[in-house]
Design a binder for this molecule. Sequence first.
Ligand code: G3D
Ligand code: MG
Length: 176
Amino acid sequence: MSRQPDYNFKILLLGDAAVGKTSLVQRFVHDRFDKSYLMTIGMEPSEKHVDLKNGTKVALSIWDLAGQERFRFIRHTFYKGARAALLVFDLTRSATLKGAQKWNKEFTENCGSDVVRILVGNKEDLKKEIAVSSKECEETNIRIKSEYLIRTSALTGNHVDEAFTRIAELLVKKSS
Ligand code: G3D
Ligand code: MG
């Protein structure tokens, strides 16, 4: 039997509708990009273990908004006990970067300021459609006190593991 994890953390995927939150979780947890699966997911968290370079084993309980971006009143349970969030925006839609700031505000109101945030610009595979400059990304990253800025593609899988591993590392660092 494999060793018990050294840490358990609840982490959230936050961001406007259609930025790719569900796709990122599917890619990270199941290594797949399957459109037909996206709509059927409920509020159940996905569990995944991450082995850090120094041998630390981290269990992540990953909560995805699952289409409930519009229903503010149900988000109380969703936020409870969360220690970190991936604030996801869509690199091809600049309004979603503003959206990430709004999500960060709600996250902080619910979970306090002693949390870990990383800013995730998704759909980096759509090179010709990128509508957000590096400068804008970096400015927002600083403004929301995010500890890391990363560009991902749930479609190709590029940098997806890195985003989740980084959040696990930052959480371990904060806890030890
Ligand atoms: P959400 O959970 O944030 O609402 P989804 O977003 O994961 O449901 O994804 C929204 C749409 O963006 C889906 O397309 C999905 O296939 C697409 N998508 C997600 N991630 C990427 C990515 O990295 N690259 C590209 N090119 N597309 C992505 P549909 O067409 O089903 O709306
Ligand atoms: Mg979704």
